[in-house]
Write a protein that binds this ligand. Structure first.
Ligand code: ATP
Ligand code: MG
Length: 440
């Protein structure tokens, strides 16, 4: 027998819940429910869907994300195209590609645009729970908006998403917020940081020592526990913010306060990408160990110009889908609509055509119905079909018996509350009673 092939390390299959698996990855029903919820929430906020390629020129990320970031330094899957020598990269995030696309198509010609996308991104990291080499991001961008109104709207939209997914804000997920100010303010802060870290150079790890010259702000983003005390006591950007930057943050906070959304100002929140300014935020959870950030974003008013476009203020966020779904799974949040409404139990010797016609009529009326398609030998014993009906989670069984079917009828049997209760229904009038099978 030929060898079994396996998926590439750190890249996962997302499978139906019925497939037994050793890893804890989310199943596809949870995945699709998340996507449906996102669809609905984003539509209500005026966001438009778009797709950009998974492969982009390497220079897009070097220019867009910043050379001295973890991603560009060591996490990108990059190669040279053997045919034409192009330097290409599997996207490690989606924002840069969206901005590239918007500039290329002059997409903001008619005014600002709210857009979103979902797709795989690739980072060469050490795989562990909540950290993979291929993972999926929901990416949401408000392009051409200077804020702070849209900043607050965007953050409230994420809260709406949490609530519709059954997450309790403040308990399951918490909001952290900061302002990165403007480039001149950051320059002043940077100078203060360099002075501080140079004075404590002996306590810096190798990465941080290098970053002292390339990008000292990144040292604040260090995950090395040995450096936490040093980082904690470093000069704060807040001390260098001017009146306008402060007012921008205050205006965002005023909306969050009015909306009763609790948050923590975290002066150490700098984000892993270089392009941010003013508002930055993360949604974190305590339930996933060290992979605690489920969603992170911020304002990036300079990125369009950096990528050759006109000056365009913008804000957005990326949400790690696997990580978020792990959280939903951990909290055992039930997936609505994962089970069918009804399961067809077909008697022995019952002719197939009228049964399938009846099931089609129910589906046309919006009911989800399953049957056991066991091939030419028929659907199996009633007992085994009832077992399957139970296992499917269906609330009802539709029992097709020979004599009922001959009279144009089916037995509707409840499998849940009031289990066993049954009524006869006319197959000629399915639309009139189909709604009885739908969830309340
Ligand atoms: P982290 O600090 O955990 O490395 P990050 O700052 O690199 O996160 P972003 O670039 O902001 O992450 O990406 C947005 C979201 O994508 C994160 O908040 C997280 O939920 C998710 N994410 C990031 N890296 C991974 C990964 N390797 N595997 C799975 N999800 C990830
Ligand atoms: Mg990272």
């Amino acid at each position: 027998m030929a060898d079994i092939l396996k998926a590439v390390k750190g890249m996962n299959d997302i499978l139906p819940a019925s497939v037994p698996r050793k890893d804890k990855l989310p199943d596809s029903a949870l995945w699709r429910w998340f996507e449906r919820t996102v669809d609905s929430v984003l539509a209500r906020h005026g966001y438009h869907y778009l797709l950009t390629p998974v492969v982009e020129p390497t220079s897009l990320f070097v220019r867009g994300i910043g050379e001295a970031t973890d991603i560009v330094e060591k996490e990108m899957y990059s190669w040279t195209d053997a045919m034409n020598g192009d330097a290409l990269t599997l996207r490690p995030e989606i924002t840069a590609g969206i901005v590239r696309s918007m500039v290329e198509h002059n997409a903001l010609y008619n005014g600002p645009l709210r857009v979103w996308s979902i797709g795989p991104v690739f980072r060469h990291e050490r795989p562990q729970k909540g950290r993979y080499r291929q993972f999926f991001q929901l990416d949401v961008e408000a392009l051409g908006y200077a804020g702070p109104d849209v900043d607050a709207e965007l953050i409230l939209m994420v809260r709406r998403l949490w609530e519709e997914l059954g997450l309790v804000v403040g308990q399951h997920v918490r909001l952290e917020l900061n302002s990165l100010g403007q480039p001149v303010e950051r320059a002043a802060h940077r100078a203060a940081l360099v002075t501080y870290f140079e004075a404590h150079a002996e306590q810096l790890d190798e990465d941080s020592r290098r970053r002292l010259t390339t990008n000292p702000l990144r040292i604040l983003d260090s995950k090395n526990p040995a450096m936490q005390a040093l980082v904690e006591a470093a000069p704060k950007l807040a001390e260098h913010l001017g009146a306008e930057s402060r007012a921008h943050l205050d205006a965002v906070c005023a909306v969050l306060d009015a909306a009763g959304l609790p948050y923590k100002i975290n002066p150490r929140l700098v984000r892993g990408l270089d392009y941010y300014n003013l508002t930055v935020f993360e949604w974190v959870t305590d339930q996933l160990g060290s992979q605690g950030t489920v969603c992170g974003g911020g304002r990036y008013d300079g990125l369009f110009e950096q990528l050759g476009g006109k000056p365009t203020p913008a804000i957005g966020f990326g949400l790690g889908i696997e990580r978020l779904l792990l959280l939903l799974q951990e909290l055992a949040i039930p997936v609505p609509g994962a089970a069918p409404d009804a399961y067809a139990v077909i008697g022995e010797g019952v002719p197939l055509p009228p049964v399938l016609v009846a099931l089609d009529a129910l589906r046309a009326a919006g009911v989800s119905v399953q049957m056991n398609a066991a091939g030419k030998d028929g659907p199996g014993s009633m007992k085994s079909q009832f077992k399957k009906a139970d296992a499917s989670g269906a609330r009802f069984a539709l029992v097709f018996g020979a004599s009922e079917l001959a009279a144009g009828q089916v037995v509707l049997k409840s499998l849940r509350d009031g289990a066993g209760a049954q009524t006869l229904r006319d197959l000629a009038t399915v639309p009139a009673w189909a709604a009885d099978l739908l969830p309340a």
